[in-house]
Design a protein around this ligand. Structure first.
Ligand code: PMP
Ligand code: GLN
Length: 380
């Protein structure tokens, strides 16, 4: 069947998770934790179901969650969003980003995004008949190149879609880099979608939302989600914070994608966002130790990872093992040693030196990472 989106096929994450099951491999491919988030929110979800919050929630999301998101933005970033009109709850960050692109892009409009690009971006841009204009971040440090950013701007540029902390590289944008994006957006009157799903999974450096820069609150669509912060990726509760005008535009498209979502879970996420900061930070602390453990395992296996400041992911260059293509490596790895990983080149239109980069997820229990390290050591 010839369909418009056929080129996107089945996502690499679904393919590799299936391969992990089939081969009994340790799955360091798709980024999902093997430990659920704080007990408080799991209990809150059950309570919400048992107390009858099981019908359609209100269009913008349940008020306690919108209030909790508003408080969270104020407490952590000093950003002030009105729960009535400036916050919309979505089916994960994925829907938030898709709904924003569909709301704002006309056919042929251009969306600038970092490359490697999280897989749903290219698909959502294609659904809107818009065009992805990638700005490549190169290893080893994956810094933003100012000239490369400016070179992608044209008269058709409509949106910037930025992701920090960045999947798959683990990079956290610096103040200087954010400043370049701010200056460009203000000068060219552009709207920026900021994908901040890993905002609380930062191990080095600081996450600063672009909306905190002068002139940016009114042109930023801030996106985040509960999945990563609370280690509940299956809940798919995300949100958008922006101006009433932009939130209303995104709401119009969201209405006809899912209408509303995850009623009872919204109450639980509200409780999660109100956890004391030390408790909220615990998921990140556990993951920092996991990052260090897997980094050591990859180094011992002869494929030392690049620096990673945040997210769930480490990246290694497997060319040192004689592979010039990470796809070949990732299809050999389960058979050879029983580990699944993701070839980073699939996140690029033109991977350049990243053709041999491979992404490993470390959001796993210490025993699982130890087993993976033992298996990876057989590569030597
Ligand atoms: N953006 C990035 C960068 C991600 O890594 C992910 C998910 N893993 C998402 C968006 C999607 O988040 P959600 O599950 O909340 O839709
Ligand atoms: N965001 C997760 C990752 O990067 C996967 C989510 C998905 O499978 N769509 O691995």
């Amino acid at each position: 069947l010839v369909t418009r989106m056929r080129a996107f096929g089945t996502t690499i994450f679904a393919q590799m998770s299936a391969l992990a099951l089939e081969t009994g491999s340790v799955n360091l491919g798709q980024g999902f934790p093997d430990t659920d988030g704080p007990a408080e929110i799991l209990e809150a979800a059950t309570r919400a179901i048992n107390s009858g919050h099981n019908q359609y929630p209100p269009g913008p999301g349940v008020l306690p969650l919108r209030e909790a998101i508003s408080e969270h933005q104020l407490t952590y970033y000093g950003l002030d969003y009105d729960p009535n009109g400036e916050i919309l709850v979505t089916a994960g960050a994925t829907e938030a980003i898709t709904a924003a692109i569909l709301a704002l892009c006309e056919p042929g409009d251009e969306v600038i995004a970092f490359e490697p690009t999280y897989d749903s971006y290219a698909a959502s841009i294609a659904m809107a008949h818009a065009v992805l204009k990638p700005v490549r971040l190169d290893g080893p440090d994956f810094a933003l190149d100012h000239d490369r950013l400016l070179a992608q701007v044209t008269d058709r540029t409509k949106l910037l879609l930025i992701n920090t902390p960045h999947n798959p590289t683990g990079r956290v944008l610096t103040e200087t880099e954010l400043g370049w994006i701010r200056d460009l957006a203000v000068e060219r009157d552009l709207i920026v979608i900021t994908d901040e799903v890993y905002e609380h999974l930062v191990y080095e450096g600081v996450h600063r939302p672009l909306a905190t820069f002068e002139g940016m609150r009114e042109r930023t669509i801030q996106v985040s989600s509960a999945g990563k912060t609370f280690a509940v990726t299956g809940w798919k509760v995300g949100w958008v914070c922006s101006t009433p005008e932009l939130v209303s535009a995104v709401t119009t498209t969201k209405q006809f994608l899912t209408f509303v979502n995850a009623g009872p879970l919204q109450y639980a996420v509200a409780e999660g966002l109100r956890l004391p900061p030390e408790r909220l930070a615990e998921v990140g602390q556990r993951l920092k130790a996991a990052r260090d453990q897997l980094a050591e395992g990859l180094t011992s296996a002869g494929i030392p990872p690049f620096r990673c400041q945040g997210t769930y992911f480490l990246t290694s260059d497997v060319s040192v093992l004689g592979y010039d293509d990470g796809v070949d490596f990732c299809f050999d790895l389960p058979k050879k040693v029983g580990v699944v990983a993701i070839p980073s080149r699939l996140f690029y239109l033109d991977p350049g030196p990243a053709k041999s980069y491979v992404r490993f997820a470390f959001c796993k229990k210490p025993a699982v990472l130890a087993e993976a390290a033992e298996r990876l050591a057989r590569l030597r």
